[in-house]
Design a protein around this ligand. Structure first.
Ligand SMILES: O=C(O)C(=O)C[C@]1(C(=O)O)C=C[C@@H](O)C=C1
Length: 119
């Protein structure tokens, strides 16, 4: 069994506590479903958020889909002209398939960040 990493990002809109939880939760659910993973396969999830105000900690959204692994949040560099209000995830998982099979999930506006890998 290998350890693999999967990426994703979402731009919660509007920036209210309930929406953050709902949309980041949906991102996490999509990452699991598209990759045939369960919450038990995960090892950890690192969240980053752009420096604009957010209604809640992104990691709080992982509790709704029942994800019980270690979580962390940090702030992205404040790059001029960068897309605002983004929450990004980097999840590590145990995986029995090749790296090329991983689906990285960038719904909606976030797809513009990584046209090369967004699904
Ligand atoms: O993948 C993303 O979410 C990006 O915005 C791209 C990118 C990159 O340049 O590779 C930029 C910033 C993030 O911290 C991670 C990756």
């Amino acid at each position: 069994m290998a350890v693999r990493a999967v990426r994703g990002a979402v731009q919660p809109e509007p920036d209210e506590a309930g929406h953050m939880e709902e949309q980041v939760g949906a991102l996490l659910t999509a990452v699991l479903e598209r990759n045939g993973l369960t919450a038990d396969d995960l090892i950890s999830i690192w969240f980053t958020a752009t420096p604009d105000p957010h209604g809640d900690f992104p990691a709080a959204a992982a509790r709704e889909p029942g994800i019980g692994v270690p979580l962390g949040c940090a702030q992205e560099p404040d790059v001029a002209g960068a897309m605002p209000r983004l929450v990004r995830i980097l999840a590590h998982s145990e995986w029995d398939r090749p790296r090329a099979d991983i689906s990285h999930v960038y719904p909606g506006a976030a797809a513009a960040l990584r046209k090369d890998i967004a699904q």
